[in-house]
Ligand binder design. Sequence first.
Ligand code: SAH
Length: 395
Amino acid sequence: MAQLPKVILKKGKEQSIRRYHPWIFSGAINTVEGELTEGDLVEVYDAYENFLAVGHCQVGSIAVRILAFDPCEVNYEFWKEKIQKAYDLRKSLGFTTSETTNAYRLVHAEGDSLPGLIIDFYNGTAVVQMHTVGMYLVQDHILEALKEIYGDQLIAVYNKSEGTLPYKADLETENAYVFGRNPEKVALENGLKFHVDWEKGQKTGFFVDQRDNRSLLQKYSKGKDVLNMFCYTGGFSFYAMRGEANMVHSVDSSERAIQLTNDNVELNFPGDKRHKAFAVDAFKYLNDIKDKYDLIVLDPPAFAKHQNVLKNALNGYRRLNAKAIEQIRPGGIIFTFSCSQVVSKDQFRTMVFSAAAKAGRQVRILHQMTQPADHPVNIFHPEGEYLKGLVIYVE
Ligand code: SAH
Protein backbone atom coordinates (compact mmCIF):
# COMPACT_ATOMS: atom_id res chain seq x y z
CA MET A 1 0.00 0.00 0.00
CA ALA A 2 1.40 3.38 -1.01
CA GLN A 3 2.50 5.60 1.83
CA LEU A 4 -0.29 8.09 2.56
CA PRO A 5 0.20 11.46 4.22
CA LYS A 6 -0.38 11.24 7.97
CA VAL A 7 -2.60 13.57 9.95
CA ILE A 8 -1.72 13.51 13.64
CA LEU A 9 -4.30 14.75 16.11
CA LYS A 10 -3.80 16.81 19.24
CA LYS A 11 -3.93 14.95 22.54
CA GLY A 12 -7.52 14.08 23.49
CA LYS A 13 -8.90 15.00 20.08
CA GLU A 14 -9.27 11.34 19.09
CA GLN A 15 -12.33 10.90 21.35
CA SER A 16 -15.00 11.55 18.75
CA ILE A 17 -13.27 9.43 16.14
CA ARG A 18 -13.01 6.53 18.57
CA ARG A 19 -16.79 6.81 18.70
CA TYR A 20 -16.84 6.61 14.90
CA HIS A 21 -17.81 10.19 14.19
CA PRO A 22 -16.80 10.66 10.54
CA TRP A 23 -15.45 14.24 10.66
CA ILE A 24 -12.19 15.72 11.86
CA PHE A 25 -12.23 19.45 12.36
CA SER A 26 -9.13 21.43 11.41
CA GLY A 27 -8.68 22.57 15.03
CA ALA A 28 -8.12 18.96 16.16
CA ILE A 29 -5.03 18.50 14.01
CA ASN A 30 -1.56 18.83 15.53
CA THR A 31 0.71 18.07 12.59
CA VAL A 32 0.72 16.66 9.10
CA GLU A 33 3.47 14.40 7.82
CA GLY A 34 3.83 14.50 4.05
CA GLU A 35 2.46 16.74 1.31
CA LEU A 36 -1.28 17.36 1.42
CA THR A 37 -3.38 18.37 -1.56
CA GLU A 38 -7.13 18.81 -1.25
CA GLY A 39 -8.95 15.56 -2.01
CA ASP A 40 -6.01 13.33 -1.06
CA LEU A 41 -6.42 10.19 0.98
CA VAL A 42 -4.84 10.53 4.42
CA GLU A 43 -4.25 8.31 7.42
CA VAL A 44 -5.26 9.69 10.78
CA TYR A 45 -3.31 8.96 13.98
CA ASP A 46 -3.74 9.97 17.62
CA ALA A 47 -1.01 11.83 19.52
CA TYR A 48 0.62 8.48 20.44
CA GLU A 49 0.91 7.30 16.85
CA ASN A 50 -2.01 4.86 17.06
CA PHE A 51 -3.82 4.43 13.75
CA LEU A 52 -7.39 5.75 13.80
CA ALA A 53 -8.80 5.98 10.30
CA VAL A 54 -8.44 6.68 6.58
CA GLY A 55 -10.22 9.60 5.00
CA HIS A 56 -10.37 12.34 2.38
CA CYS A 57 -8.81 15.62 3.31
CA GLN A 58 -10.23 18.92 2.29
CA VAL A 59 -9.80 22.63 2.84
CA GLY A 60 -12.22 24.05 5.41
CA SER A 61 -13.37 23.52 8.95
CA ILE A 62 -14.08 19.84 8.32
CA ALA A 63 -10.51 18.88 7.41
CA VAL A 64 -10.94 15.11 7.03
CA ARG A 65 -14.00 13.02 6.17
CA ILE A 66 -13.51 9.44 7.30
CA LEU A 67 -14.02 6.58 4.88
CA ALA A 68 -12.81 3.65 7.01
CA PHE A 69 -11.80 3.04 10.61
CA ASP A 70 -9.49 0.11 9.75
CA PRO A 71 -6.31 0.16 7.72
CA CYS A 72 -7.34 -0.66 4.16
CA GLU A 73 -6.53 -0.08 0.55
CA VAL A 74 -8.88 2.45 -1.02
CA ASN A 75 -9.15 1.08 -4.56
CA TYR A 76 -11.94 0.21 -6.98
CA GLU A 77 -12.98 -2.80 -4.87
CA PHE A 78 -13.33 -0.54 -1.85
CA TRP A 79 -15.74 1.83 -3.62
CA LYS A 80 -17.64 -0.98 -5.28
CA GLU A 81 -18.23 -2.69 -1.92
CA LYS A 82 -19.51 0.51 -0.33
CA ILE A 83 -21.92 1.24 -3.15
CA GLN A 84 -23.01 -2.41 -3.20
CA LYS A 85 -23.85 -2.16 0.51
CA ALA A 86 -25.89 0.97 -0.13
CA TYR A 87 -27.69 -0.84 -2.96
CA ASP A 88 -28.34 -3.93 -0.82
CA LEU A 89 -30.00 -1.79 1.83
CA ARG A 90 -32.34 -0.22 -0.76
CA LYS A 91 -33.00 -3.68 -2.12
CA SER A 92 -34.01 -4.94 1.31
CA LEU A 93 -36.27 -1.91 1.65
CA GLY A 94 -37.99 -3.00 -1.54
CA PHE A 95 -37.03 -0.04 -3.70
CA THR A 96 -35.07 -1.84 -6.40
CA THR A 97 -37.96 -4.11 -7.36
CA SER A 98 -40.95 -1.96 -6.53
CA GLU A 99 -43.54 -1.49 -9.27
CA THR A 100 -44.97 1.63 -7.71
CA THR A 101 -41.84 3.55 -6.62
CA ASN A 102 -38.79 3.81 -8.84
CA ALA A 103 -37.28 6.98 -7.39
CA TYR A 104 -35.11 6.61 -4.30
CA ARG A 105 -31.85 7.71 -2.74
CA LEU A 106 -29.13 5.15 -3.36
CA VAL A 107 -26.33 6.86 -1.46
CA HIS A 108 -26.92 9.22 1.44
CA ALA A 109 -23.41 10.47 2.24
CA GLU A 110 -22.41 9.77 5.87
CA GLY A 111 -25.59 7.69 6.25
CA ASP A 112 -23.98 5.18 3.88
CA SER A 113 -20.41 5.75 5.10
CA LEU A 114 -19.71 7.71 1.94
CA PRO A 115 -19.23 11.30 3.15
CA GLY A 116 -19.39 13.80 0.31
CA LEU A 117 -21.47 11.61 -2.02
CA ILE A 118 -25.18 11.71 -2.85
CA ILE A 119 -26.77 9.51 -5.51
CA ASP A 120 -30.48 9.59 -6.35
CA PHE A 121 -31.92 6.98 -8.69
CA TYR A 122 -34.83 7.91 -10.96
CA ASN A 123 -36.28 5.11 -13.07
CA GLY A 124 -32.98 4.11 -14.68
CA THR A 125 -31.02 7.32 -14.26
CA ALA A 126 -28.55 7.79 -11.42
CA VAL A 127 -27.97 11.45 -10.56
CA VAL A 128 -24.63 11.80 -8.80
CA GLN A 129 -23.79 14.77 -6.62
CA MET A 130 -20.25 15.08 -5.24
CA HIS A 131 -19.62 17.50 -2.40
CA THR A 132 -15.89 16.94 -1.87
CA VAL A 133 -12.78 16.98 -4.01
CA GLY A 134 -11.97 13.49 -2.75
CA MET A 135 -15.19 12.10 -4.24
CA TYR A 136 -14.63 14.08 -7.43
CA LEU A 137 -11.26 12.36 -7.85
CA VAL A 138 -12.81 8.88 -7.65
CA GLN A 139 -15.77 9.56 -9.93
CA ASP A 140 -14.62 6.98 -12.48
CA HIS A 141 -14.67 4.26 -9.84
CA ILE A 142 -18.13 5.35 -8.74
CA LEU A 143 -19.40 5.20 -12.31
CA GLU A 144 -17.86 1.77 -12.89
CA ALA A 145 -19.39 0.45 -9.67
CA LEU A 146 -22.85 1.76 -10.65
CA LYS A 147 -22.60 0.04 -14.02
CA GLU A 148 -21.50 -3.24 -12.48
CA ILE A 149 -24.16 -3.23 -9.77
CA TYR A 150 -27.15 -2.18 -11.88
CA GLY A 151 -26.22 -3.87 -15.16
CA ASP A 152 -29.01 -3.37 -17.72
CA GLN A 153 -31.14 -1.46 -15.25
CA LEU A 154 -28.82 1.53 -15.56
CA ILE A 155 -29.73 3.67 -18.53
CA ALA A 156 -27.85 6.86 -17.72
CA VAL A 157 -25.68 8.57 -15.13
CA TYR A 158 -25.86 12.34 -14.79
CA ASN A 159 -23.17 14.12 -12.84
CA LYS A 160 -24.68 17.16 -11.16
CA SER A 161 -21.81 18.50 -9.07
CA GLU A 162 -21.18 21.91 -10.60
CA GLY A 163 -22.92 23.67 -7.75
CA THR A 164 -21.94 21.32 -4.92
CA LEU A 165 -18.16 20.93 -5.21
CA PRO A 166 -16.15 23.51 -3.26
CA TYR A 167 -15.87 26.32 -5.78
CA LYS A 168 -12.47 27.41 -4.49
CA ALA A 169 -11.06 24.07 -5.62
CA ASP A 170 -11.59 25.36 -9.16
CA LEU A 171 -12.36 21.96 -10.66
CA GLU A 172 -14.21 23.43 -13.63
CA THR A 173 -16.65 20.56 -13.64
CA GLU A 174 -19.84 20.87 -15.66
CA ASN A 175 -23.15 19.15 -15.11
CA ALA A 176 -23.36 16.47 -17.77
CA TYR A 177 -24.20 12.89 -18.62
CA VAL A 178 -21.20 10.69 -17.92
CA PHE A 179 -22.91 7.54 -19.14
CA GLY A 180 -25.80 7.04 -21.56
CA ARG A 181 -28.64 9.49 -21.87
CA ASN A 182 -32.22 9.15 -20.73
CA PRO A 183 -34.97 11.12 -22.41
CA GLU A 184 -37.50 9.33 -20.17
CA LYS A 185 -37.87 11.71 -17.29
CA VAL A 186 -41.02 10.42 -15.65
CA ALA A 187 -40.60 8.43 -12.44
CA LEU A 188 -43.04 6.88 -9.99
CA GLU A 189 -43.59 7.43 -6.30
CA ASN A 190 -46.22 5.28 -4.62
CA GLY A 191 -47.92 4.91 -7.98
CA LEU A 192 -48.03 8.64 -8.71
CA LYS A 193 -46.12 9.95 -11.71
CA PHE A 194 -43.84 12.94 -11.79
CA HIS A 195 -41.41 14.62 -14.16
CA VAL A 196 -37.87 14.85 -12.81
CA ASP A 197 -35.70 17.54 -14.32
CA TRP A 198 -32.22 16.58 -13.14
CA GLU A 199 -30.69 18.91 -15.72
CA LYS A 200 -32.37 22.15 -14.73
CA GLY A 201 -34.24 21.35 -11.51
CA GLN A 202 -33.13 22.02 -7.94
CA LYS A 203 -30.85 19.54 -6.16
CA THR A 204 -31.03 16.22 -8.06
CA GLY A 205 -34.41 17.11 -9.57
CA PHE A 206 -36.96 15.91 -7.03
CA PHE A 207 -37.19 15.73 -3.25
CA VAL A 208 -37.51 12.00 -2.62
CA ASP A 209 -37.05 12.64 1.10
CA GLN A 210 -40.68 13.71 1.56
CA ARG A 211 -42.14 10.44 0.20
CA ASP A 212 -43.45 9.07 3.52
CA ASN A 213 -44.66 12.46 4.71
CA ARG A 214 -46.59 12.95 1.48
CA SER A 215 -48.31 9.60 2.08
CA LEU A 216 -49.24 10.74 5.56
CA LEU A 217 -50.71 13.96 4.13
CA GLN A 218 -52.86 11.94 1.76
CA LYS A 219 -54.58 10.31 4.73
CA TYR A 220 -55.59 13.70 6.12
CA SER A 221 -56.78 15.21 2.84
CA LYS A 222 -60.30 13.93 2.30
CA GLY A 223 -62.72 16.81 1.79
CA LYS A 224 -60.11 19.36 2.84
CA ASP A 225 -59.13 22.71 1.35
CA VAL A 226 -55.38 22.31 1.10
CA LEU A 227 -52.57 24.83 0.73
CA ASN A 228 -49.19 23.42 -0.37
CA MET A 229 -46.70 26.18 0.36
CA PHE A 230 -43.21 25.93 -1.26
CA CYS A 231 -44.61 23.30 -3.60
CA TYR A 232 -41.59 22.95 -5.97
CA THR A 233 -42.65 19.94 -8.12
CA GLY A 234 -46.02 19.72 -6.41
CA GLY A 235 -45.34 16.46 -4.57
CA PHE A 236 -47.65 17.13 -1.64
CA SER A 237 -50.33 18.51 -3.99
CA PHE A 238 -50.86 15.39 -6.06
CA TYR A 239 -50.98 13.21 -2.94
CA ALA A 240 -53.63 15.53 -1.48
CA MET A 241 -55.61 15.15 -4.69
CA ARG A 242 -55.39 11.37 -4.55
CA GLY A 243 -56.56 11.65 -0.95
CA GLU A 244 -59.75 13.28 -2.25
CA ALA A 245 -59.07 16.83 -1.16
CA ASN A 246 -61.82 19.28 -2.00
CA MET A 247 -59.42 21.89 -3.37
CA VAL A 248 -55.62 22.16 -3.58
CA HIS A 249 -53.63 25.37 -3.98
CA SER A 250 -49.91 25.16 -4.68
CA VAL A 251 -47.63 28.15 -4.08
CA ASP A 252 -43.97 28.72 -4.96
CA SER A 253 -42.03 31.89 -5.76
CA SER A 254 -40.47 30.22 -8.79
CA GLU A 255 -42.43 30.30 -12.08
CA ARG A 256 -40.57 27.18 -13.16
CA ALA A 257 -41.73 25.32 -10.03
CA ILE A 258 -45.32 26.30 -10.74
CA GLN A 259 -44.98 25.01 -14.27
CA LEU A 260 -43.56 21.70 -12.96
CA THR A 261 -46.37 21.42 -10.44
CA ASN A 262 -49.03 22.04 -13.08
CA ASP A 263 -47.39 19.48 -15.38
CA ASN A 264 -47.25 16.87 -12.61
CA VAL A 265 -50.85 17.42 -11.55
CA GLU A 266 -51.88 17.13 -15.21
CA LEU A 267 -49.89 13.89 -15.54
CA ASN A 268 -51.84 12.29 -12.69
CA PHE A 269 -55.21 14.09 -12.77
CA PRO A 270 -55.73 15.49 -16.27
CA GLY A 271 -58.17 18.37 -16.42
CA ASP A 272 -58.90 18.24 -12.69
CA LYS A 273 -60.33 21.60 -11.67
CA ARG A 274 -59.63 21.15 -7.96
CA HIS A 275 -56.04 22.33 -8.38
CA LYS A 276 -54.65 25.84 -8.86
CA ALA A 277 -51.04 27.01 -8.65
CA PHE A 278 -49.67 30.48 -7.93
CA ALA A 279 -46.18 31.93 -8.44
CA VAL A 280 -45.85 34.26 -5.47
CA ASP A 281 -43.68 34.80 -2.40
CA ALA A 282 -44.79 32.66 0.53
CA PHE A 283 -44.66 35.38 3.15
CA LYS A 284 -46.74 37.66 0.93
CA TYR A 285 -49.27 34.93 0.16
CA LEU A 286 -49.65 34.01 3.83
CA ASN A 287 -50.37 37.61 4.82
CA ASP A 288 -53.93 37.30 3.80
CA ILE A 289 -55.21 33.75 3.55
CA LYS A 290 -57.71 34.29 6.39
CA ASP A 291 -59.62 31.07 7.05
CA LYS A 292 -59.48 29.75 3.51
CA TYR A 293 -57.67 26.49 4.34
CA ASP A 294 -57.96 23.56 6.70
CA LEU A 295 -54.77 21.74 5.75
CA ILE A 296 -51.49 23.62 5.16
CA VAL A 297 -48.04 22.30 4.19
CA LEU A 298 -45.02 24.47 5.00
CA ASP A 299 -41.90 22.97 3.45
CA PRO A 300 -39.51 25.89 2.96
CA PRO A 301 -35.95 25.62 1.64
CA ALA A 302 -33.13 25.45 4.21
CA PHE A 303 -33.22 28.95 5.71
CA ALA A 304 -29.93 28.23 7.54
CA LYS A 305 -27.05 26.59 5.75
CA HIS A 306 -24.54 27.66 8.43
CA GLN A 307 -24.51 27.96 12.18
CA ASN A 308 -23.85 31.73 12.03
CA VAL A 309 -27.19 32.47 10.38
CA LEU A 310 -29.17 30.14 12.61
CA LYS A 311 -30.87 32.88 14.63
CA ASN A 312 -32.20 34.68 11.55
CA ALA A 313 -33.30 31.38 10.09
CA LEU A 314 -35.26 30.46 13.22
CA ASN A 315 -36.93 33.88 13.10
CA GLY A 316 -37.92 33.22 9.50
CA TYR A 317 -39.40 29.82 10.32
CA ARG A 318 -41.24 31.32 13.31
CA ARG A 319 -42.84 34.12 11.27
CA LEU A 320 -43.92 31.65 8.64
CA ASN A 321 -45.43 29.20 11.11
CA ALA A 322 -47.13 31.93 13.14
CA LYS A 323 -48.87 33.25 10.02
CA ALA A 324 -50.23 29.79 9.18
CA ILE A 325 -51.25 28.97 12.76
CA GLU A 326 -52.99 32.34 13.15
CA GLN A 327 -55.19 31.93 10.10
CA ILE A 328 -55.91 28.25 9.60
CA ARG A 329 -59.52 27.18 10.16
CA PRO A 330 -60.41 25.87 13.62
CA GLY A 331 -59.60 22.16 13.67
CA GLY A 332 -57.03 22.70 10.93
CA ILE A 333 -53.88 20.70 10.44
CA ILE A 334 -50.41 21.95 9.50
CA PHE A 335 -47.54 19.85 8.15
CA THR A 336 -44.50 21.97 8.99
CA PHE A 337 -40.87 21.17 8.13
CA SER A 338 -37.29 22.30 8.31
CA CYS A 339 -34.60 20.69 6.16
CA SER A 340 -31.76 22.78 7.64
CA GLN A 341 -29.11 20.48 9.06
CA VAL A 342 -28.03 23.11 11.59
CA VAL A 343 -31.52 23.40 13.08
CA SER A 344 -31.88 20.67 15.70
CA LYS A 345 -35.09 18.80 16.41
CA ASP A 346 -35.42 20.65 19.73
CA GLN A 347 -34.82 24.04 18.19
CA PHE A 348 -37.40 23.28 15.53
CA ARG A 349 -39.98 22.28 18.10
CA THR A 350 -39.26 25.32 20.25
CA MET A 351 -39.71 27.49 17.18
CA VAL A 352 -43.18 25.98 16.52
CA PHE A 353 -43.98 26.45 20.23
CA SER A 354 -43.15 30.18 19.97
CA ALA A 355 -45.12 30.51 16.74
CA ALA A 356 -48.15 28.92 18.42
CA ALA A 357 -47.78 31.22 21.43
CA LYS A 358 -47.48 34.25 19.15
CA ALA A 359 -50.58 33.18 17.25
CA GLY A 360 -52.40 32.67 20.56
CA ARG A 361 -54.00 29.34 19.61
CA GLN A 362 -54.06 25.91 21.17
CA VAL A 363 -51.82 23.52 19.27
CA ARG A 364 -51.24 19.80 19.66
CA ILE A 365 -48.63 17.60 18.01
CA LEU A 366 -50.12 14.65 16.13
CA HIS A 367 -47.02 13.26 14.40
CA GLN A 368 -43.29 13.83 14.43
CA MET A 369 -41.80 13.34 11.01
CA THR A 370 -38.33 12.77 9.66
CA GLN A 371 -36.57 11.49 6.55
CA PRO A 372 -37.38 8.08 5.05
CA ALA A 373 -35.35 4.86 5.28
CA ASP A 374 -33.44 5.47 2.05
CA HIS A 375 -31.92 8.50 3.83
CA PRO A 376 -30.45 6.55 6.77
CA VAL A 377 -28.85 8.30 9.72
CA ASN A 378 -25.48 6.96 10.84
CA ILE A 379 -25.94 6.63 14.62
CA PHE A 380 -22.46 8.07 15.15
CA HIS A 381 -23.29 11.11 12.99
CA PRO A 382 -26.50 12.62 14.37
CA GLU A 383 -25.99 15.66 12.09
CA GLY A 384 -27.23 13.42 9.27
CA GLU A 385 -30.80 13.69 10.56
CA TYR A 386 -31.56 16.87 8.68
CA LEU A 387 -35.29 16.64 7.96
CA LYS A 388 -37.59 17.51 10.82
CA GLY A 389 -41.31 17.89 10.69
CA LEU A 390 -44.40 18.12 12.87
CA VAL A 391 -48.03 17.54 12.08
CA ILE A 392 -49.92 19.90 14.34
CA TYR A 393 -53.59 20.26 15.09
CA VAL A 394 -54.83 23.80 15.66
CA GLU A 395 -58.00 24.12 17.73
N1 SAH B 1 -42.15 20.78 -0.86
C1 SAH B 1 -41.33 20.49 -2.00
C2 SAH B 1 -39.88 20.93 -1.82
C3 SAH B 1 -39.71 22.37 -1.47
S1 SAH B 1 -38.17 23.01 -1.94
C4 SAH B 1 -41.41 19.01 -2.34
O1 SAH B 1 -42.16 18.26 -1.69
O2 SAH B 1 -40.73 18.58 -3.25
C5 SAH B 1 -38.36 24.68 -1.53
C6 SAH B 1 -39.13 25.49 -2.56
O3 SAH B 1 -39.35 26.78 -1.98
C7 SAH B 1 -38.41 25.76 -3.87
O4 SAH B 1 -39.20 25.31 -4.95
C8 SAH B 1 -38.28 27.30 -3.96
O5 SAH B 1 -38.51 27.83 -5.26
C9 SAH B 1 -39.36 27.76 -3.01
N2 SAH B 1 -39.15 29.07 -2.37
C10 SAH B 1 -38.02 29.58 -1.87
N3 SAH B 1 -38.24 30.77 -1.28
C11 SAH B 1 -39.57 31.01 -1.42
C12 SAH B 1 -40.43 32.06 -1.01
N4 SAH B 1 -39.96 33.12 -0.33
N5 SAH B 1 -41.73 31.98 -1.31
C13 SAH B 1 -42.24 30.92 -1.98
N6 SAH B 1 -41.47 29.89 -2.39
C14 SAH B 1 -40.15 29.93 -2.12
